[in-house]
Design a protein around this ligand. Structure first.
Ligand code: 5CA
Length: 444
């Protein structure tokens, strides 16, 4: 992609309304544009990141055995009356009336809708277990939308729902999602710690929030330090084996959000292992048994012929919030530092002297070859000064920069800079292209 063809409205000044680094950097890098409080357009660069995050979430859901579908953003109020949540949900719910005066709402979550779909089609234990998910925009009329996409009103969520014959089986679904989440966040370069959490308006009595530790996080959290650097289970694991022991390993040590914090239990953690910190909630899993299936009469016939409500859980990931969370976890004074797996482009090509024949030719060749290898370079072919190109490339945080100018070319060299370490090396264009191919190919 050429910068001159792209739409990359970067800002030099720091927008005054942004209080935290990720919000400032998303605005400065031209990733998002605010339309109303907590409502954003995703400009091309931000949109690419959002899609990359979404794709990792999707792949890990699929690997865990969940099946993708799509439900609408607008829901009939009637469904929510059946579960008794229509009034209970309060002012967070955006209520809409259509031209026939029918009450509708912009969905803040989908327990009711999927329970109704399940009820319509599944009548027997033979259909179980089922794990269904979608990735769809939600609306919650938050009192205090803030920190950009971190606490938005309209936001993108992956929400998965499980249906099982009994509690034991439902726990297996819960464990699957639990493990899938650890792998999902690890693939994005995030260390997410599962912590016991309040169930809030979703209900039930078993829940974990997945928390990224960050000073600017909105939640106060308390945990055993050893949880913070526990490696993820690994992408090669299969989901048929003993998931319970993997989950037990993560839940045996103390970890809780403020709402369910137990001071005495925390004091039992050795003092040098006690961590009290702040964090960003990037996902939450719930087991709520028959709360919705009973209210909405979603029952299945058991082997003995009797009917019972199905046991359910729901599992959310804040897809759009993660874009902000990754930046909170990975930036420096010059801008964003994207992990390769979610970077909007894997590399930038900087032309130091636009119009110089040899430089243009070398840049064109690099651009062409990297594109042909499926590596998605962003070629800064603009007329901007070299200094401006360097700062812009650092700001938008692409993992690699291939810097090409007349002086180097005379000696047969170009420069390759790694954004994260700042390390630069001089090498031939061929060697540079080969190195980029090998560094970026695995996740291309
Ligand atoms: N139905 C359940 C699970 S599918 C549910 O709605 N869970 S939730 O309320 O915890 O939301 C799931 C995830 O969405 C959260 O972990 C968080 O990462 C994200 N999220 C929630 N509210 C917002 C918001 N206002 N802005 C951005 N992301 C949000």
């Amino acid at each position: 992609m050429r910068v001159t063809r792209y739409f990359l409205p970067t800002l030099k000044e720091t927008p005054s309304e942004a209080q935290i680094a990720s919000h400032r950097l998303m605005l400065r890098a031209g990733m998002v544009h605010q339309e109303a409080a907590g409502i954003y357009s995703w400009l091309p660069l931000g949109f690419k990141v959002l899609k990359n995050i979404e794709q990792i979430v999707r792949e890990e859901q699929n690997r865990a055995g969940a099946v993708e579908m799509l439900m609408p953003t607008i829901q009939p109020a009637e469904l929510w009356r059946q579960s008794d949540r229509y009034d209970a949900y309060g002012k967070e719910m955006l209520r809409i009336t259509d031209r026939h005066k029918r009450e509708m709402l912009y969905g803040p979550t989908n327990e009711e809708m999927l329970t109704a779909i399940f009820r319509n089609f599944c009548k027997s234990y033979k259909e179980l277990p089922k794990l269904l998910y979608h990735i769809q925009w939600k609306f919650r009329d938050e009192v205090r939308p803030r920190f950009g996409v971190m606490r938005g009103r309209e936001f993108l969520m992956k929400d998965c729902y499980s249906f099982d014959i009994d509690e034991r089986s439902a726990r297996r679904s819960y464990n699957r999602m639990f493990i899938a989440y650890l792998n999902t966040f690890a693939r994005m370069g995030l260390q997410a710690v599962p912590m016991r959490a309040e169930t809030g308006p979703i209900g039930g009595d078993l829940s974990h929030e997945f928390i990224i530790l960050a000073e600017t996080g909105e939640s106060a959290v308390y945990c055993h330090k050893d949880l913070v650097d526990m490696p993820p289970p690994g992408l090669d694991m299969d989901f048929e084996g003993d998931l319970q022991s993997l989950v037990d390993e993560r839940t045996a040590l103390y970890a809780a959000t403020e709402d369910v914090h137990d001071k005495d239990a925390f004091m039992a953690v050795p003092e040098d292992k006690r961590l009290s910190a702040r964090g960003i909630e990037v996902g939450q899993v719930f087991y709520f048994g028959t709360k919705y299936s009973e209210a909405m009469r979603a029952s299945v016939t058991h082997p003995d012929g009797s009917d019972h409500p199905v046991h359910m859980g729901s599992y959310g990931v804040g897809v759009s919030r993660i874009a902000g969370a990754i930046i909170e976890a990975s930036h420096d004074e010059n801008g964003i530092v994207w992990p390769l797996a979610v970077a909007p482009f894997k590399m930038g090509i900087i032309n130091l002297r636009q119009g110089d024949e040899a430089t243009d030719a070398a840049c064109e060749r690099a651009h062409h070859e990297l594109e042909a290898a499926g590596l998605e370079p962003l070629y800064d072919d603009s007329e901007s000064r070299a200094g401006a190109k360097f700062s812009r490339m650092d700001l938008i945080g692409l993992p690699w920069q291939l810097i090409i100018g007349p002086r180097g070319l005379k000696e047969g060299t170009v420069e390759l800079k790694e954004r994260a370490s700042g390390q630069r090396q001089s090498l031939s264009l061929d060697a540079g292209l080969n190195l980029l191919r090998s560094k970026c190919a695995s996740s291309a």
